[in-house]
Design a protein around this ligand. Structure first.
Ligand code: UDX
Length: 432
């Protein structure tokens, strides 16, 4: 099968490379020519463990190619994956589908034999119907099939999530297409992946519902953590105790900063917007969005209390500023809210991140990137552990503090409170 991935962002690049590794001929297309040039030289524009190696291997094997020529790539392929961005609309909450529709127009004028067109991008319910309408303007119904095949890839774990998915969801209203899709995914199905076939609209909604549910689970445990802090209870006990109930499950019950990333904040807003369009109140998801938006303020109040309401001129070090570990992605990281507010309150911020300097803070006064953990904590009043990179899991704080003991606020509950306190540090964490 010849595959064409349109868009070489996270989803398109990871999926394209993994499909090539499974033995398919894949062309990854992007309108950004500098990105395509870099990829041809083996330079991967995003940080994703294992991705570079797979790109280089499959590019050398010639199973993977890169192109900026969309029309030609579509014409030469049997299966077309749409993997372009669906960000939140400026001045709105719904998903901006302009890139999807632009691509659909080009596909519409490039169908030269039967093609399967798949949305891997996260798209609101009925987008598949809209794409179909665009394609029908220039083509007969028999010459194409539109499918929804949502991705469930976590950044930092994307390759493993592709190869060992919990499930593969194919939303198609056509039997022949379903057979071809099952065949495409057969190497993963034979390794144990669950394959489910639904209507196209159901597949579209499965993606949004999954992300909204996961965001709810995190928000739930974050609120319970707030209660634990007031009642002298350890949130870790609650997460374990709840998670052992198979109906609840233990994953995504880790309390921490506000959730962020490229999906949860955007998709929770977009599903509310879909609800409005179909006159359905999604009150629970609305509360989740509000609670999460408020969480950064809540943690800042805690920082204020920890520093006895004297933030002015305090040196605060952030260890990790991305939205989570194992990614260089800053999108909707809670640091983007917390750091500017702290500087407004007079704090001097230094940060270290394993993925380096972040341009997002370049214009903010009193925010400085430091290139090592050791130097970044020197002379600090407060050290905030914001992400759970392995690099932060066995820091010898005693050696680093050189006499002057900084306060530690561990927002990911990495350390044992009793052990750190026994070393003479003031230590705070989340919900315990
Ligand atoms: C998510 C979904 O997991 C994935 O299926 C979807 O396709 C894309 O969005 P990702 O954004 O990479 O993936 O990150 P994820 O690991 O899900 O974490 C999202 C946010 O939740 C992060 O800010 C993370 O720190 C936070 N989180 C996650 C918690 O605070 N606690 C948890 O227990 C889990």
């Amino acid at each position: 099968m010849k595959l064409c991935m349109i868009g070489t962002g996270y989803v398109g690049l990871v999926s394209g490379v993994c499909f090539a590794d499974l033995g398919n001929d894949v062309v990854c297309v992007d309108k950004d020519s500098s990105k395509i040039k870099s990829l041809k030289n083996g330079i991967v524009p995003i940080f994703e463990p294992g991705l570079s190696e797979l790109v280089i291997k499959n590019y050398r094997n010639k199973r993977l190619t890169f192109s900026t020529n969309l029309k030609e790539s579509i014409e030469n392929s049997d299966i077309i994956f749409i993997c372009v961005g669906t960000p939140t609309k400026k001045n709105g909450t719904s998903a901006d589908l302009s890139q999807i529709y632009n691509v659909a127009q080009t596909i519409g004028s490039s169908i030269n034999k039967f093609k399967i067109i798949i949305t891997k991008s996260t798209v609101p319910v009925t987008t598949g119907d809209d794409i179909e309408k665009i394609l029908l303007k220039k083509n007969s119904r028999k010459s194409f099939s539109v499918v929804s095949n949502p991705e469930f890839l976590r950044e930092g774990e994307a390759i493993r999530d592709f190869i060992f998915p919990d499930r593969i969801v194919i939303g198609s209203n056509d039997k022949k297409t379903n057979r071809i899709m099952k065949n495409l995914y057969s190497p993963l199905i034979s390794k144990g992946a669950q394959y489910i076939h639904t209507s196209r609209r159901a597949a579209e909604l499965i993606k949004y519902s999954s992300n909204a549910f996961l965001a709810t689970k995190i928000t739930f445990i974050n609120e319970i953590a707030n209660l634990c802090e007031k009642t002298d209870i350890n949130i870790e006990d609650i997460s374990i105790g709840m998670g052992l109930d198979k109906r609840i499950g233990s994953r995504f019950l880790r309390a921490g900063p506000a959730y962020g990333g490229s999906c949860f904040p955007k998709d929770t807003k977009a599903i509310i917007s879909t609800g409005k369009r179909f006159k359905t109140n999604l009150t629970l998801i609305n509360s989740v969005i509000k609670s999460n938006e408020n969480r950064s303020n809540l943690l800042l109040n805690r920082v204020n209390e920890i520093l006895n309401k004297k933030i002015k001129n305090k040196k605060i070090t952030f260890l990790g500023v991305t939205f989570k570990a194992n990614t260089d992605d800053m999108r909707d990281s809670s640091c983007l809210k917390m750091i500017p507010k702290l500087t407004k309150m007079g704090a001097i911020i230094r940060y270290y991140d394993p993925t380096g300097y972040k341009k997002e803070f370049s214009k903010i006064k009193n925010v400085l990137y430091i290139d090592s953990i050791k130097k970044s904590v020197e002379g600090a009043d407060l050290v905030i552990i914001h992400t759970e990179w392995n690099d932060f899991k066995s820091i010898n704080f005693k050696n680093l503090s050189k006499g002057k003991k900084f306060i530690i606020y561990d927002m990911r509950n990495i350390y044992s409170p009793s052990k750190i306190k026994a070393q003479g540090f003031k230590y705070f964490s989340i919900g315990r």
